[in-house]
Design a protein around this ligand. Structure first.
Ligand SMILES: [Zn+2]
Length: 508
């Protein structure tokens, strides 16, 4: 008996009717088969997502009873959209000596070519099972070289929008005009001779410039922002700047035309006083830069000079700077120099900027000396770090295990990928097979990218917890920069009420 199977999909409107599919099926019957009985099996309005369909199950029952010699379909996807299901069904057909023919896709399991296709489909099914892959070999490895956004924290002033670069679906940075305007302002102000990071921060607060991402301005954040080449209109001067610092240049110098932004990536061995960029790479991005290179480079020179000053002189303000907030008005409290006392000491104290700059707040009634607040926080952080140690460690090892697992999955993908390439090279693919291959490739590629993105995210998290662990050990001997870093990670803000009492809001 010859079985003609038809399914009208629910996936697409105006899909070809079951009647028409059966017509095509009949025309695929060979002259010498015309004496055989023909039975049709129909599923109307079913999805191809699984094989739980009445008509299909009825047909399979007859296949298992050995009553069917041949199954004809209009297209392969009528059987199943799941490759794993499809391959299983093909195997069942084979066991019961059932020939399988697609009228539209020159697919016939009785021909040697059809047999080869079955083998290739099984390779694909293997990929699907291990949740994988992509015909574009090492797409991810080349991703960076082609100006893809490498993940990590999304830089201020941009949003990620889907884009197709070099035929690969990825994400592209798209400027957010209002935020870019803010960034331009920050660069312009800092590029002025007299403006330090600290002064820049005060200016932004005083002018009530809304912090980006809803968080608070800190000098650390401003410094990170100012250092980011994502904003620069990268030209040959910018190329020279990074090359001089030992950064590996991915993009050809000729392409540094002052149009596009750039991305610095790779492992940082970034000590504040001695940046080691030898493992870093710089790649030109597809988005347009927003800061002129002369201004951007001027800011870099200032930042470098600034680093040297902070390192050679002691404590310029307070390591709690940027974290202290006035409860009454919500403004940041900054340190100001106090009068010199009888012992010849000059004591800094925290003052509400709502009071000093805007005259809209009366501030605290008691004087909040920077040294007192620092001492108090020093003890609180010490306690906090001792508590955190165990928790951080255990969650950390969990991440490592997960990263390893993800890496193994990617290894599997790469193995299957090599297998696939072999199959593709050894046998011809017709256009239908290539269509299926492409469809699968998109699917698999996304899986692999997702794995890499997950690893990146875990690693980013890992780096942060690593800092905490190391600093907790050396907290007792922590220097100014170290304290500042720990405070940046641990503390969201310190709220000072009018009567001088303190409330710490922890990040962790
Ligand atoms: Zn205030």
């Amino acid at each position: 008996m010859i079985a003609i199977y038809a399914r009208q999909s629910v996936e697409r409107e105006n899909s070809i009717s079951c009647e028409t599919q059966i017509e095509y099926g009949r025309s695929a019957i060979k002259p010498d088969e015309r004496s055989q009985k023909v039975q049709t099996f129909v599923d109307n309005g079913f999805s191809g997502g699984n094989t739980n369909r009445d008509g299909f199950q009825k047909m399979m029952k007859m296949v298992r009873q050995g009553k069917v010699s041949k199954v004809i379909v209009y297209k392969l996807d009528r059987i199943s959209r799941s490759l794993a299901d499809f391959v299983n069904i093909l195997q069942e057909f084979k066991e019961h000596n059932v020939e399988f023919v697609s009228s539209q896709e020159s697919f016939d399991t009785s021909s040697p070519y059809g047999e080869m296709i079955v083998k290739i489909l099984m390779v694909f099914a293997e990929f699907e099972r291990t949740s994988i892959i992509n015909r574009v070999t090492q797409a991810y490895a080349h991703r960076s070289e082609m100006g893809f956004y490498m993940g990590g924290r999304q830089p201020y002033g941009f949003e990620l929008v889907p884009a197709v670069i070099h035929g690969i679906d990825t994400k592209k940075l798209e400027p957010i005009p209002s935020e870019i305007e803010q960034i331009r302002y920050i660069y312009e102000v800092y590029a002025q001779e007299s403006v330090s990071l600290r002064r820049l921060l005060d200016i932004l607060v005083a002018e009530n410039k809304e912090p980006l991402n809803g968080s608070q301005w800190t000098t650390a954040k401003l410094s990170t922002l100012l250092k980011n080449p994502i904003y620069v209109k990268a030209d040959s001067d910018v190329y020279d700047y990074f090359e001089c610092h030992g950064v590996r240049m991915v993009t050809e110098p000729a392409q540094f035309t002052g149009t596009h932004g750039a991305q610095l990536y790779g492992r940082t061995k970034h000590k504040p006083d001695n940046p080691d960029w030898s493992d870093m790479k710089l790649v030109l991005m597809s988005h347009r830069g927003v800061i002129n290179s002369d201004i951007w480079l001027k800011c870099q020179r200032k930042l470098e000079k600034n680093r040297q000053i902070t390192n050679s002189y002691s404590n310029p303000t307070s390591w709690l700077a940027g974290k202290v907030v006035c409860e009454k008005c919500g403004h940041t409290m900054t340190t100001v120099k106090g009068k010199v006392n009888r012992n010849g000491e000059m004591r800094r104290y925290f003052n509400c900027t709502g009071k000093s700059h805007k005259k809209t707040c009366t501030g605290t009634k008691t004087t909040i000396y920077a040294k007192d607040l620092e001492e108090m926080l020093y003890d609180c952080i010490f306690e906090k770090l001792s508590d955190l140690k165990e928790v951080t460690r255990s969650s950390n090892s969990g991440d490592t295990a997960e990263i390893n697992e993800l890496k193994l999955k990617i290894k599997e993908i790469e193995k299957s990928e090599a297998q696939l390439m072999d199959s593709m090279l050894s046998g011809g693919f017709n256009s239908d097979m290539i269509a299926i291959a492409n469809q699968k490739a998109t699917h698999f590629k996304n899986d692999k990218l997702a794995l890499y993105e997950r690893i990146d995210a875990l690693k980013a998290k890992d780096n942060e917890t690593d800092i905490v662990i190391n600093l907790s050990r050396s907290w007792k001997h922590a220097d100014y920069g170290c304290k500042k870093d720990v405070a940046a990670i641990l503390i969201d803000k310190i709220v000072i009420s009018e009567d001088g009492s303190t409330k710490i809001i922890w990040n962790i």
